[in-house]
Design a protein around this ligand. Structure first.
Ligand code: FAD
Length: 416
């Protein structure tokens, strides 16, 4: 089923009787060419690009729960490509370009909204670091504008400029950054992949790998054995647990990250703001709720819920930059499991086991990476070679000492 203005009109005048499920519920076959473990944004995007760009057939996505139940449906929806290191900036800019054509590509309204992402700075050294970052972005073909305090004041006069512990001195703006409705991304990729014949199999947990003589021949699942020529794992916060079944120990820790939504407010914030003196990022949804978040909870966990000290910490960050939100009530909050890598950058690579491939280590930032991650993982699975923007995301970089340490904070998940 395709979506179009004509289709909406037709359904409106015929009583909305023709809408079909966005993807069909597939039953597992005994054997596939490629099995993707994990039906989050990255797994579904991989399946879509495998089928649409790399002409692969007989593909299945195995999801232990339901589509959209993982981080893809739990994040704070921010997309951007404002990185500094070349290894990251080229990749995230590729992703932003894919976001720009995503809705046409998958024929699904994901509410891609390039409303601008503004990183506030509060000190002279921070301004200098942002100038450097902005120049790195421009050199990689992205967009960046440095704003003074006056420039920021014109956009958001209600921010706490002077009466604050850390007065706002200006900001680095990426106008092409913005937000995307997170779960619609999962539904859109599922819709497009399903249309090209990919089997999307929910309630199918992978419980083991069939590995013989150094080669992976398939997976064991709660719905029986499924054979595969190639298996790609994209399970985000469950990376450590799943790859342990293949005997691998990853340079990744799992941590909880929470997100928060306030009650609906009148239109107030038409872009995304991040606070530079603490960890707080906020946007406003079309329904009026302020959608915001901050730090990870700071302890290892596989639970999709967090604790109260971080709620207080995040709200304090919000209050210091936008004091008037102290009067708003919080409507809901939830947690997701973050796959925090030891240098803050992701991994898209083959493993030492033939036929077994791994995608993970996305930390806080994997939502914006969804299209490029799916594309480059599909490239690797289909061609056994690395996509040009993802060549640096090797698993052995930790052993080689070639970290991609964007923030220069080393192997400390709580600081990335
Ligand atoms: C609160 C929060 C806020 C965030 N904010 C942002 C943001 O603003 N911008 C940004 O870029 N990123 C953000 N992120 C990070 C981003 O959401 C993730 O990095 C990204 O979604 C991870 O990739 P995914 O979508 O494939 O993960 P998921 O949706 O978690 O997909 C992995 C899937 O694998 C499945 N799975 C696990 N084990 C198995 C198994 N054994 N068998 C079968 N299936 C299995 C899981 O059920 C899950 O559905 C945020 C994350 C959270 C939690």
């Amino acid at each position: 089923m395709g979506y179009s203005a004509f289709r909406i009109l037709k359904e409106a005048i015929t009583g909305h009787k023709g809408w079909k499920p966005v993807w069909h519920k597939a039953e597992p076959l005994p054997e596939y060419d490629i099995v993707i473990v994990g039906g989050g944004g990255h797994g579904l995007a991989t399946a879509h690009y495998l089928a649409s760009k790399f002409d692969q057939k007989r593909i299945a996505v195995l999801e232990k729960g339901w589509i959209g139940g993982g981080n893809v449906g739990r994040n704070t929806t921010i997309i951007r490509s404002n990185y500094m290191l070349h290894e990251n900036e080229a990749f995230y800019e590729f992703s932003l370009k894919l976001w720009e054509g995503l809705e046409q590509d998958v024929n699904y309204n994901a509410m891609v909204s390039q409303r601008g992402v503004l990183n506030l700075y509060h000190t002279d050294p921070q301004r200098d670091a942002y100038i450097r970052r902005g120049n790195a972005m421009l050199l990689n073909g992205a967009d960046a504008q440095l704003l003074t305090a006056e420039g920021v004041r014109k956009m958001y006069p209600f921010l706490n400029f002077d009466d604050a512990r850390f007065p706002i001195r200006g900001g680095l703006l990426q106008p092409r950054g913005g937000t995307v409705r997170h779960d619609a991304v999962a539904w859109g990729y599922a819709h497009a992949a399903d249309k090209r014949g990919v089997d999307i199999i929910e309630n199918c947990e992978v419980t083991g790998f069939d590995i013989k003589e150094g080669r992976c021949h398939g997976v064991q699942t709660t719905r029986g054995r499924i054979g595969a020529k190639k298996v790609g794992v994209a399970v985000a916060g469950n990376s450590g647990r799943v790859m342990a079944m293949a005997g691998m120990r990853l340079p990744i820790e799992s941590h909880v990250l929470q997100a928060f939504v306030s009650e609906g407010l009148k239109p107030l914030l038409d872009g995304v703001i991040t606070y530079g003196a603490g960890h707080f990022y906020v946007s406003q949804s079309d329904k009026g709720g302020l959608v915001f978040g901050g730090d990870i909870d700071g302890y290892n966990s596989y639970a999709q819920r967090g604790n109260l000290p971080v709620v207080e910490d995040v709200c304090e960050g919000g209050m210091s930059v936008m004091p008037m939100i102290g009067k708003a009530r919080m409507l809901r909050m939830w947690g997701g499991i973050m796959d925090m890598s030891m240098d803050g950058s992701p991994i898209i690579d083959k493993t030492h086991i033939d036929g077994l491939y791994f995608n993970g280590g996305w930390c806080y930032g994997g939502f914006k990476a969804t299209p490029a991650s799916g594309y480059s993982f599909a490239h690797l699975l289909a061609t056994d070679s690395y996509h040009e923007t993802a060549k640096a995301y090797r698993l052995d970089r930790f052993a080689r000492g070639y970290m991609i340490d964007e923030k220069g904070q080393g192997a400390q998940p709580n600081l990335h």
